[in-house]
Design a protein around this ligand. Sequence first.
Ligand code: OGA
Ligand code: MN
Length: 290
Amino acid sequence: MAAPAREIASPPPFTMKPLSPVGGVEIRGIDLAAPFGDEVFDAIMDAFLEHHILVFRDQKLSGEAQLAFTRRFGEIEEHVGRLPNGEKYPLLHVIHNLDEDGNPVRISGGNYFWHTDKSYHAVPSLLTMLHAVETPSEGGDTQFANMHMAWDSLDRETQEEVSDLCAIHSWEANRRNTNQSPATDVQKRERPPVRHPVVRSHPVTGRKALYLGIHTSHIDGRPKEEGHAFLNRLLRRATKADFIYTHKWQKGDLVLWDNRCLLHRAVANFDMESERRVLHRTVVKGTVPY
Ligand code: OGA
Ligand code: MN
């Protein structure tokens, strides 16, 4: 019988260069601020699913244009927390190391630990997008760890052991694990602990991935200390050098990544007290992990 005719997809209207064996692809030749059709968006989505991290170089995007591009992937995630004045965070928020007068300062915080965005929500993030508006002359990298590779690397016995486990993730655990001031009662009420499988299936590709990070507290149904230690050991194994891509930012980079199969963290390898690092951030809401 003759093989069914396959549609020959036209080549995407941009160039792609894979960045590492772990993932990441550099995309040039497209201006994300200009309108483009669904077939171009489909090619972007295919690249996203294959490479997990998209790096669009040389983008000049207004906040509005970034929001419009973000919306094509799904619903934009709102922040649960409030600004000190009680107002909601804007949908596009700014990651920076600046004080109230706009001067660079030393910063720390949860972003500097391995995590997947908003895993302390029942419905965590699908993707996060950062646009590099100001970059330090050196460093200020972001690292990504591929959790498909981490899962694939486990021996059968460990795979069987972790397959049925669920971890408790919470904002409270995040604050504790990252040595920051404890979560307030209001925050604890607004962000109660949630339970997610330690191994999740990617909702589009079906591939399995470990689902871990600094927001985890313990394992459901196991003594807290023991579960916490177990998750820490697993996290160390899951973030070894072989599974990591380190992104070195260039001004104008627009990077988006798949939170369903990657962990990420900021690296404190720049001169925070004298150099500025400013990134515009948007997040797309995902689905309940299974
Ligand atoms: C984030 C994040 C890391 C960085 O935006 O979710 O973790 O390098 N950022 O700024
Ligand atoms: Mn993050």
